[in-house]
Ligand binder design. Structure first.
Ligand code: ADP
Ligand code: ASP
Ligand code: MG
Length: 414
């Protein structure tokens, strides 16, 4: 019998009614002849609430304790889901990440799965029991509980699917699939029937939170088909595929727009222009485990440069504190931070094939009166840093400029 992993996100299990409805869906899937494994997120806003509670007792809660605390959100939903399934007459067992055999490294808050021992899950499946696994968590060799980064239950689901050699992995969420832009921001956004994993990865890394980036990566590396679909309908959703079988014509375009407001920028002004300074700054940030995204440096005629980089907003204060002493040491004039910028990106494998995409993007933003602060590119993406307040206008104008509405897409994207 084929194994199918079904993940249900926070809004799909937000209250007791939702949990009962999802339990019915899981039971129906099992009834239809699948060996199902459920993976669940914390109910509704539980994770945010737990973080807020930690901040009420400590300005700087320790990562280890925070991870143990946050892991309880998913433990609540997996236990309730297993109880609801039993009420429906199905045999089910709730498993925490560690009980499901998920081993991670010790990078609290952003742990990576190192290995999954699937024996317990397989044993339960053989007995006809449905394992319901708590997403977003695992355990280190020292038996410390870790979490996988915000949105990480998707990664649990794909990793479990790989470990169990499942037929495919379903990500059930509160939209019908992957759209050409966040449908909450762009009313004309269009659902895609299929998307290449390299395009999905770029969208996910640049703010399309419908999939956790690491989950897309795992699906791609291990060739695990992933389907994103709605928990509330029976529509087929979006298949994320390696893309070998997709028509070339479908590559010759922009596939989607992503936006990300989790952007903090640090600027070091008037840095002397000599070797070793970038190393000093970014080595200090690396030692402090701060992830840096867009880096821009320019040198003026006086042989001084401005060096700026972006980090997640949660890391902004820490990044400034790390950089300030380094800046003073190298003789820079000033360090300042801003938290009012956002990233807007166009993504599509077509970008590597044709010229003119950048000009079209900048033209659309100019027409919408959006000022661009910095620009970065990859082979299949162009990202602009813009004021956060302009994001909705920018997203809609880019969506229109690249013909991503329903009519233009028909016959090309899917
Ligand atoms: P879950 O709790 O199920 O994991 P998330 O909130 O993490 O759900 O992700 C789903 C949300 O992602 C949607 O409600 C939507 O607003 C947002 N989103 C952003 N970009 C996209 C996109 N390109 N396609 C679909 N949804 C997107
Ligand atoms: N509950 C976690 C979060 O809110 C993980 C997830 O939902 O995937 O980030
Ligand atoms: Mg999510």
């Amino acid at each position: 019998m084929a194994i199918l992993v079904q993940k249900y996100g926070g809004s799909s299990v937000a209250d007791a009614d939702c949990i009962q409805r999802v339990a019915e869906r899981i039971a129906e899937t099992a009834q239809a002849g699948h060996q199902v494994v459920g993976v669940v997120s914390a109910m509704g806003d539980t994770t945010d609430d737990l973080i807020a509670m930690a901040r009420q007792v400590s300005a700087d809660p320790s990562d280890r304790e925070l991870d143990l605390l946050l892991s309880t959100g998913e433990v609540i939903s997996c236990t309730l889901m297993a109880m609801a399934l039993r009420t429906l007459g199905r045999s089910a067992v709730a498993l925490t990440g560690p009980q499901a055999g998920i081993r991670t490294d010790a990078a609290f808050r952003q742990a990576q799965i190192v290995e999954i021992n699937p024996e317990r899950m397989l044993r339960e499946l053989e007995r006809g029991t449905i394992p319901i696994v708590a997403g977003f968590q695992g355990m280190t060799d020292d038996m410390d509980v870790t979490t996988l980064g915000r949105g990480g239950s998707d990664t649990t689901a794909v990793a479990v699917a790989v470990a169990l050699k499942a037929e495919y992995c379903e990500i059930n969420t509160d939209v019908e699939g992957v759209y050409t832009a966040d449908p909450r921001l762009v009313p004309d956004a269009c659902k895609l029937d299929v998307i290449r994993s390299d395009e999905m990865l770029e969208l996910a890394r640049h703010g399309a939170r419908v999939m956790h980036p690491r989950a897309v990566e795992l699906g791609d590396v291990y060739g695990m088909p992933v389907v994103v679909r709605s928990s509330f309908s029976t529509e087929p959703g979006t298949l994320i595929s390696r893309g070998d079988d997709m028509a070339l014509e479908a590559r010759q375009r922009v596939r989607g727009i992503a936006h990300d407001v989790d952007v903090g920028r640090v600027t070091i002004a008037a840095v002397p222009d000599r070797p070793g300074i970038a190393y000093a700054v970014f080595d200090a940030l690396a030692q402090a485990a701060i992830n840096v995204d867009i880096i821009v440096q320019d040198v003026d005629r006086e042989k001084e440069s401005n060096l700026s980089f972006t980090v997640g907003r949660d890391d902004l204060e820490k990044a400034v504190a790390v950089v300030r002493p380094v800046a003073a040491e190298v003789g820079a004039q000033d360090v300042h931070a801003s938290a009012d910028l956002a990233k807007i990106s166009i993504v599509g494998s077509g970008l590597s094939l044709g010229p003119g995409y950048a000009a079209r993007m900048f033209g659309a933003l100019a027409e919408a009166d959006v000022n661009i602060t910095s620009i970065t590119t990859s082979e299949i993406r162009i990202t602009c840093l813009i004021p956060e307040s302009d994001v909705p206008r920018a997203a809609r104008s880019l969506h229109a400029a690249f013909d991503l509405d329903e009519e233009s897409l028909t016959g090309v994207a899917s």
